[in-house]
Design a protein around this ligand. Structure first.
Ligand SMILES: Nc1ncnc2c1ncn2[C@@H]1O[C@H](COP(=O)(O)OP(=O)(O)O)[C@@H](O)[C@H]1O
Ligand SMILES: [Mg+2]
Length: 399
């Protein structure tokens, strides 16, 4: 798929931006702090309805627009997906009430009809390459869960909805555990919430098992090519509730060996999860919190037996993450039937000449590529000839 038009109103530094987008490679050039990354952020927002860097949604609204009681930021795009053209409009609205409190909401209009946010996620697909994506491996488990959630919601429309259900049920269950701990009461009240979180939770685990297995396979073979066969990359899912029964005589499954859980169905996962919660009930009441479930899952990146998150060199991490991102591109194509739009933020500057050419070569099959750079010399003459160039200055296009 590819964007044909992008229009921004009061999105970060872009108070007004309205452009047809060329289909081939587009290089965004400009000095620091001119809006290059923000433009990629806007395009990514169309796919995930979430930012890869903002800590709050209000951050996305232009500072001067925020001076008004009612501030509206808009991201509007036309894109071609297969033989169909689509129009997607996202509005982020910040309203200041008479008591001074502010409320923020999103509205989404797809092809002329207002639509639920969860059903629009992944209608437009993008994959993002960032220099700080290494933090997926080195950062907290929460960052890896966020990465998994964003990635899986791109192909599975039910995933995000189920995740919201899970989180709501989890909050309620934790409140009840706390109440039982402080004021006692009938522990059987937990059964209702156990059912809700195991139902949503098993769906999430099942989706994570499949996605990690598939992206794992794809990234392992790409990684093998990138390292000329010297390193073997493995993605290792570490669910907080282990659905796989341990073999007899063994208390726990070994952490470092890959476990194939992909044959397990939802019922099996849910059944075991429910039983485990029941067995832990007393302990959970005394701790006042849900100790098991997808909200505590983790993921590891292992190369030649080494956990890259803890022990990988920068070079190893960069290669592994590049392989994973390239795998994501292939995975999206396999699962949706369309190539995602690729967004590369300053990534090429970190690679040597050979790797840079190799990456561009690998991405050349896709339909649209948006890259940012402060330095045009990073590109070969040949690449520059085929690409369109936008110069960005202070949220405006100058060329
Ligand atoms: N909500 C906002 N309103 C206005 N300007 C913003 C907003 N958020 C960030 N900026 C400004 O946008 C600029 C950063 O843009 P960025 O896309 O990171 O630039 P680049 O990638 O070209 O270095 C900074 O000057 C920052 O202060
Ligand atoms: Mg930038």
């Amino acid at each position: 798929m590819y964007l044909t038009h992008l229009s921004l109103t009061d999105f970060r530094i872009f108070s007004r931006f309205d452009q047809d987008v060329p289909q081939n490679a587009l290089i965004l050039v400009g000095d620091n702090a001119q809006g290059k990354t923000s433009l990629l952020e806007a395009v990514y927002y169309l796919s995930a309805l979430d930012s890869f860097q903002a800590s709050s949604t209000a951050e996305l609204i232009n500072f001067s627009a925020l001076q008004n009681n009612l501030a509206v930021c808009r991201i509007v795009a036309d894109y071609q997906k297969g033989d169909k053209n689509h129009h997607l409009e996202i509005r982020i609205i910040r309203d200041t009430l008479s008591n001074g409190n502010a409320s923020i909401r999103k509205e989404v209009i797809l092809d002329g009809s207002q639509t639920k946010i969860n059903s629009v996620i992944g209608h437009f697909n993008a994959v993002l390459f960032l220099p700080h994506m290494l933090q997926i491996a080195t950062g907290s488990p929460q960052r890896r869960r966020h990465y998994l959630n964003l990635t899986i919601s791109q192909v599975d429309p039910r995933y995000n909805e189920t995740l919201s259900e899970y989180n709501k049920a989890l909050t309620q269950r934790n409140a009840l555990l706390k109440q039982l701990n402080e004021r006692s009461g009938d522990p059987d009240q937990l059964s209702y919430w156990d059912e809700r979180i195991t139902q949503a939770g098993s769906y999430i685990m099942h989706a994570r098992i499949q996605a990690i297995r598939d992206i794992g396979h794809l990234s392992a073979s790409i990684h093998q090519e990138l390292t000329r066969g010297e390193e073997i990359l493995r993605l290792n899912y570490l669910p907080s509730y282990e659905p796989m029964p341990s073999p007899p005589g063994q208390i726990e499954l070994p952490l470092d060996n890959p476990i194939d859980r992909s044959g397990m169905d939802l019922k099996e996962i849910q059944g075991g999860f429910r039983e485990r919660l029941l067995a832990q009930r007393k302990e959970e009441i005394s701790r006042g919190v849900t100790t098991l479930g997808p909200h505590r899952d983790n993921l590891r990146f292992i190369s030649n037996g080494i956990d890259l998150g803890n022990f990988g060199s920068r070079g190893q991490l960069r290669t592994a993450l590049l392989a994973i991102k390239l795998a994501e591109v292939a995975w999206l194509k396999e699962n949706t039937g369309h190539w995602p739009v690729l967004l590369l933020d300053e990534v090429l500057a970190e690679l040597d000449d050979y790797r840079r050419q190799d990456l561009l070569e690998r991405l050349s099959k896709t339909e649209q590529l948006l890259l940012t750079t402060a330095d045009l010399d990073l590109f070969s003459d040949e690449f520059r000839k085929t690409a369109t160039r936008w110069e960005i200055q202070n949220g405006q296009l100058t060329v």
